[in-house]
Design a protein. Structure first.
Length: 278
């Protein structure tokens, strides 16, 4: 048995967030060690963005506590913000700034020295393949390019803990692949702790050590993708997810077709036709 003490990067205790009558986060308990890639998975409106906004001290919880990097999200919000990178779901960009001006501004918010800011901007623009566009106004950037700039902003102070809310949602397949590779690099080479909110199952399965499945603010299940698949006796994460969410499979939706006469059942007819041909 290992006697290594696991250091915890993100911890929530009975976290609750209510918006009027809506309970967006319902008694959430998370314990995420440093170096872990954690995926919070769930349908639209499940409470993922609300959770990540609380963890970045953007909004306060209604009840419960949360610590990120050892700092309390309510009483030590400045420390939380200084120690975390955050890619919001709908980031605000200053459209009349160039990419370089915007990233310089973000770097200054983190009190980074000028030389560090310049070096980091060059490095990030190179990684994201945006060199040559750094002096263009952000208003002229495509959605995917804006997403890349927001990722640069989340990474500029080289944070130990990084929160990414739907990081690949606006990206074309090549850019999404690039972001996934970057996330893998951040974990494998730089030993970062990454918290990803997503509803994209393939990204979660590929990137995450641990997945938490949340629905209507409640954490329904937590474990490695492998364990979750096994626990549901499922073939892959999508199958497991649908079983957990109690979703109706398309086969069930179409079951009525087995009951109707062959004349109106194209699937049965096509089987018959195949038999006749064979
Ligand atoms: N600022 C807000 N005011 C009122 N309701 C909100 C607010 N933010 C989120 N909600 C509600 O909280 C629930 C969870 O939303 P959200 O955390 O954005 O879900 P997700 O990111 O999983 O799609 C939804 O019912 C949403 O309408
Ligand atoms: Mg969201």
């Amino acid at each position: 048995m290992s006697n290594k003490i696991e250091r915890i990067a993100i911890k929530t205790t009975n976290l609750v967030k209510k918006f009027g009558n809506v309970i967006a986060v319902n008694n959430l308990n998370l314990k995420i060690p440093y170096g872990c890639t954690y995926g919070l998975l769930g349908p639209n409106g499940a409470g993922k963005t609300t959770t990540v906004r609380i963890l970045n001290s953007i909004i306060s919880p209604t009840a419960g506590t949360a610590k990120v990097g050892g700092f309390d999200v309510i009483t030590q919000s400045t420390d939380v913000k200084l120690n975390c990178g955050f890619l919001p779901e709908s980031p605000g960009l200053y459209q009349k700034l160039t990419a370089k001006e915007f990233l310089k501004f973000i770097g200054e918010l983190y009190y980074l020295p000028k030389e560090v800011i310049s070096a980091r901007i060059e490095e990030l623009l190179d990684i994201f393949d945006l060199e040559g566009r750094e002096n263009d106004l952000l208003e002229g950037y495509s959605r995917g390019m804006k997403q890349k700039i927001c990722l640069c902003a989340a990474l500029i102070q080289d944070p130990q803990i990084i929160f990414l809310d739907e990081p690949t949602s606006n990206l074309d397949p090549a850019a999404a692949r690039m972001v996934k590779d970057l996330i893998l690099d951040l974990v494998n080479k730089a030993d970062k702790t990454i918290f990803i909110c997503t509803h994209l199952l393939d990204a979660a399965e590929e990137l995450c050590d641990v997945i938490g499945i949340i629905d209507k603010g409640v954490l329904k299940l937590e474990g490695s993708p492998k364990d979750i698949i096994k626990s549901q006796n499922a073939s892959d994460l999508e199958d497991a997810y649908l079983k957990i969410m109690g979703a109706v499979h398309i086969e069930d939706l179409l079951a009525w077709r087995e009951e109707v006469p062959n004349s109106v059942n194209p699937r049965k007819n096509s089987k018959k036709r195949k038999k006749a041909r064979g």
